[in-house]
Design a protein around this ligand. Sequence first.
Ligand code: PGA
Length: 247
Amino acid sequence: MRKKILAANWKMNLSYADAQAWLTEFKSGNGGMHEVEFRLYAPTLYLHDLAKSEVLSVGAQNVHPSVSGAFTGEVSIPQLISVGASSVLIGHSERRLYFHETNAFLKDKVNACCQQDFSFIFCCGESLETRQSGEHLDFIKGQLEAAILHLDKAHLPLLTIAYEPIWAIGTGQTADTTQINEVHAYIRQLLEKHFGEEGSEVSILYGGSVTESNAQSIFACPDVDGGLIGGASLNAHTFIELAHCFK
Ligand code: PGA
């Protein structure tokens, strides 16, 4: 079933003390919003403590597809599970761009999640150049064909998709609702075409400079099921307020 999801992506921000303070503020402020699923994608080294608090569902910003082995600096799905994390981001544009993660590597991560029954948000989105060339839909289709459309239907409940146009991430420049809905509707059609009815049940989030001032119109788009929130998630109060922006 399509769920309303608000996912905080802290990226490489906040100290351990800041994270504890955020949690305290979140705990006292989110009463009664049971219709929205809150998730927190925090730095890996905070996951254990954040998950132990049982205040909200906690996930990692990255994972290696192997179960264990000589991969210095990496972390595996069993390790994430062992500290209470329940999901992971895959394919964020910053991982693709700065860490040269290829479609093939992302497919390995997706397959590892499916094999180990671990939920994930798969991120896709085009650059400004691709958008201006008018090829953004084909580009996004390519990203999904490379890592998602081969999945077995049985694994779809593990999948959430986030559409994040690269030009809107951290720039203060949000895609307008026509642009957002065009892409979300396109992704949903693709999922339906490949997976049938089950495909239409996948939640599709929007990400890229979502704030309190634009969230209401973005979340009102018929094919938007929530947001992947960077900057505006660093303050617990602001993050919670976004939940009030769902109709
Ligand atoms: P932003 O980040 O909200 O700061 O634009 C979103 C993201 O990168 O997930």
